[in-house]
Design a protein around this ligand. Structure first.
Ligand SMILES: [Zn+2]
Length: 269
């Protein structure tokens, strides 16, 4: 393998990286690249019947088991879900995690997002851009000798400016991998989310039915980017039929997601 690289995705909660980047992650791992899904918080809060410590314990397992399904590493930094602040302590944790894994590419939320934990995860990653190379900041962990590229997950928020895809990847052929991952986040997709979002169709009992039911609820996320960035899809894939996509936007900090880097990380797909 000529050029293998490492990708670290930072989500606020166990299930964020998974819903935003499992398709491309499965492709990367398949080609020998290393991927780590890092949840900054412990997922303790988002559940209607589990106590905080029960939910956190459950989500730690779900994060690990789901990541194993596609050969991705899993890391949970353990900040309290729903209470994340872009504090110096949290920044040091993020810097340390990045320095230990040494990613070439980092993915995370955009800084404008409905959930404070998503916003502050983005802030923390931005705060680590550049400082991961500065030796006297968090001196216990050796600084990186390179500045990773940073890119954002897609979202639908419009203010102060909407997400603009710099790269779009078809994941039609990764649908089953995506489902393998999401199916393991049972407390989210079969517990909390149907409860809080008041899904109309109740959660089925059998795994086969659940798989179909789950795709029914998440499918729109993967057709949404295809439709919004149809020109980019056309430019990349020509007349090939593409239904499902994942899209990413370069962050201004870190190394830029320029054409050379897009080719390096995404060119094979
Ligand atoms: Zn989240």
């Amino acid at each position: 393998m000529a050029d293998t690289f490492k990708v670290m995705a930072f989500g606020a909660h166990p299930d964020d990286c998974e819903i935003k980047a499992s398709g491309i992650a499965s492709k990367w791992v398949n080609d020998g690249h290393e991927v780590c899904f890092c949840s900054v918080t412990n997922g303790q809060s988002g559940h209607h019947t589990l106590k905080p410590e029960e939910a956190a314990a459950e989500r730690l397992i779900e994060a690990r088991v789901s990541a194993e399904k596609i050969g991705v590493k899993s890391l949970v930094l353990g900040e309290p879900d729903g209470y994340l602040m872009p504090s110096l302590e949290a920044r040091a944790k993020v810097i340390t995690a990045i320095r230990e894994f040494k990613p070439d590419l980092i993915l995370t939320h955009r800084p404008n997002d409905y959930h404070p934990d998503h916003r502050y995860t983005s802030q923390l990653v931005q705060d680590a851009a550049y400082t991961v190379q500065v030796p006297n900041i968090v001196p216990e962990a050796a600084p990186l000798d390179h500045n990773p590229v940073i890119a954002y997950f897609s979202d639908n928020f419009q203010k102060p400016h909407p997400f603009v895809a710099d790269v779009i990847i078809q994941v039609d052929d990764a649908k089953e991998h995506i489902l393998d991952v999401l199916m393991e986040h049972k407390s989210q997709f079969f517990g909390w989310l149907p409860h809080i979002a008041q899904y109309e169709i109740p959660v089925p009992d059998s795994d086969d039915e659940r798989r179909e039911w789950l795709w029914n609820y998440v499918e729109e996320r993967f057709t949404n980017t295809t439709e919004r960035f149809a020109d980019l899809v056309k430019q990349r894939y020509g007349n090939k039929e593409v239904k499902y996509t994942e899209a990413f936007e370069g962050c201004e900090y870190g190394s830029p997601l320029d054409q050379e880097q897009i080719e390096r990380f995404f060119g094979a797909y």
